[in-house]
Design a protein around this ligand. Structure first.
Ligand code: LLP
Length: 468
């Protein structure tokens, strides 16, 4: 039997749940397993934002996404402050809202002075509904529809142009409407990084962005189109990256594009280096801090500009995961248990691949905790299974936990990014609620779906109504 204490430690050995932890403001949220406000109360219960997780489950049910406002705001501030510290020119942080696009999160990011990166008409609509000004929104995507382009043009957001079809459609649409549209051009930078194959985007064989060999032709075309207000370039290398090296190389490549645009007679002013900083999902992960990542990007950008003898341009970065990922945990109620002698014990929870598709999609690893027995030794190794009709619906293959019974609450950590946003209704399971916690209170930011919601888009033709 394994006996691991269930205390959560940093890779450097600091016990962040003990009273001697570093001050909250010094910690980079993406390096923590737990949200910054996590504590263990005198009843050995995990609390986030001053509220016990199991109390929240009593009130709001499970599965439940619990989002710590302080962690999210701290991450936003750390990006902005680091840019101020290390970059001599104008700098903007965009929240890559594909990580989790909903009204409350867009509103929080907006209130912290961030712009928003959206990747569909639906994300654009949500950001606008949250009160974010259109000129602080950047619209991405490798196959934006004509309707989506028209919507972006109508409200006046920036568009990150990905390909020839889009460039032509946009020139036509904006020309016909007598409008100018602010654009960035996305180019594949040809920079490799170590992350899951599905979330790499910087390599040449990527579906995103223009091939760098075509840059001259693209810029020549833009120069012919007076309705396109060319502002600069965008590149994104990939996601969940722990190395700093790729972001050291990227500015040098992008500054060359910048020079090329000038040569052609255009006046670029923006370089957007994308997102990609990784977060800590388990004790084995050791990502750089937000500060270290920003420092690397800025230092490399300043050096590349100096080399090329240009003034540092308006620098944009667009993190998603490292802003919201570590701010959230998902609480589940344990249900059935199946022990197969000498093989494995499954404990099943009331959610699974419908609320967290990352394990089945990317073999992503997660850390669980027993929220009401935080100090109890982890004496069991179990497999945490979801409730879906799919053998691959396993949230954690080898989870070390205290012995758990039906009705106990288990939380999976660092579920803020690409969990709710990739959630589905597989097996017609309703999507969970999300609560925002802080200062001892929880507030629903996303209601739990109901069975009525599930059938709200279904239509039953009259001829099928009499089937009994
Ligand atoms: N900018 C662009 C153009 C992107 O495509 C992405 C992520 C980001 C910024 C934000 O990257 P981040 O800072 O979050 O790494 N579903 C996958 C991740 C897909 C990432 C898609 N693009 C996952 O769960 O790991």
């Amino acid at each position: 039997m394994v006996s691991t204490p269930s205390r959560i430690t940093s890779p450097r050995g600091t016990d962040y749940l003990s009273s001697g932890a570093d001050p909250v403001s010094d910690r980079s949220p993406n390096q923590q397993l737990l949200p910054l406000t996590a504590k263990v109360n005198s009843d050995d219960q995990l609390t986030i934002g001053g509220v016990a997780v199991s109390e929240l489950v009593k009130i709001y049910g499970s599965p439940l996404y619990i989002l710590d406002e302080e962690s999210l705001r701290a991450a936003c501030r750390q990006y902005r402050e680091a840019l101020k510290r290390y970059y001599p020119g104008e700098a903007t942080v965009l929240y890559a809202s594909k990580a989790w696009n909903c009204l409350a999160i867009c509103a929080i990011a907006g209130s912290e002075g961030l712009g928003i990166d959206v990747a569909s008409g639906g994300e654009l609509y949500t950001a606008l509904q949250a009160g974010v000004a259109a000129d602080r929104i950047y619209f991405h995507g490798n196959n934006k529809s004509a309707t989506e382009l028209a919507e972006a043009l109508e409200v006046g957001s920036h568009i990150v142009v990905d390909n020839w079809l889009e460039l032509e459609s946009l020139a036509q649409l904006s020309g016909a409407q007598g409008k100018t549209v602010p654009i960035l051009i996305r180019i594949t930078p040809g920079i490799e990084c170590h992350t899951h194959e599905y979330i790499r985007t910087g390599h040449i064989d990527s579906k995103f962005g223009f091939d760098p060999n075509q840059i001259e032709a693209v810029l020549q075309e833009i120069a012919q189109q007076p309705s396109l207000d060319f502002q600069g370039f965008h590149a994104h290398i990939g996601s969940q990256i722990f190395e700093l090296e790729p972001h050291k190389d990227l500015p040098g490549v992008m500054v060359q594009w910048f020079l090329k645009a000038r040569e052609i007679g255009l006046s670029p002013s923006v370089l957007n280096v994308g997102g990609g900083l990784g977060i800590r999902y388990t004790e084995d992960d050791d990502p750089p801090s937000i500060d270290a990542w920003v420092k690397q990007v800025c230092t490399a950008m300043v050096a590349a500009c100096k080399n090329a003898q240009i003034t540092p341009p308006h620098l944009i970065c667009e993190p998603g995961r490292s802003l919201v990922g570590s701010s959230c945990i998902t609480a589940y109620t344990v249900g059935s248990r199946k022990a197969i002698p000498d093989m494995r014990t499954y404990i099943a929870v009331d959610g699974g691949m419908s609320d967290n598709a990352r394990p089945i999609t990317y073999q992503a690893l997660y850390r669980p905790v027993a929220v009401d027995r935080m100090a109890q030794p982890c004496t069991e190794t179990v497999t945490v299974a979801g409730k879906h009709c799919e053998s691959g619906d396993i949230l954690i293959q080898q989870a070390q936990l205290p012995p758990l019974q039906s009705g106990d609450i288990l939380a999976i950590l660092a579920t803020g990014a690409y969990n709710y946003s990739m959630a589905s209704n597989y097996n017609r399971v309703t999507r969970p609620a999300a609560v925002l916690v802080g200062e001892g209170q929880g507030q629903v930011i996303i209601e739990r779906e109901t069975y009525q919601d599930l059938v709200s888009c279904d239509r039953l033709p009259d001829r099928l109504k009499s089937i009994s």
